[in-house]
Design a protein around this ligand. Sequence first.
Ligand SMILES: [Ca+2]
Ligand SMILES: [Ca+2]
Length: 133
Amino acid sequence: MQKVPHKIGKLLGVTIASLAVTVAMSTSASAGSDGPVVVDSSGYKARGVFLSYGDHIRVSDDYADGKSAVVLWNDPTGEERRCWDSNGALNGMTDCNYNLQEGAYVHYEVCLGEYGSRQVHYSTCGESGWGYA
Ligand SMILES: [Ca+2]
Ligand SMILES: [Ca+2]
């Protein structure tokens, strides 16, 4: 007799929690639009994404080859900006936090490069993505 109410309570808790997350996300993300996860030309060595809430670019070095991952993106003035993951491979996303004008387009791609010399290997850049701040 104890098991059933316990299970229902747990399920209800999960439902309410996910509902709260949905409401919070739809409220906070109303101004902009996240971009897709993009990958480098190999498809697996680097990933990047744009998140509109708070204007974050995230980049991940997914391959231990001595090269860093870098997201190249264009800010609203058209200037190229860079967000590097230079702290090693396979250790999560590195976050770059920006503050963009609401509604600004963000065009970005992820590439491999040498963080020491800030050299980008453009041939490794993958397909680009778009988001809106
Ligand atoms: Ca690497
Ligand atoms: Ca890293």
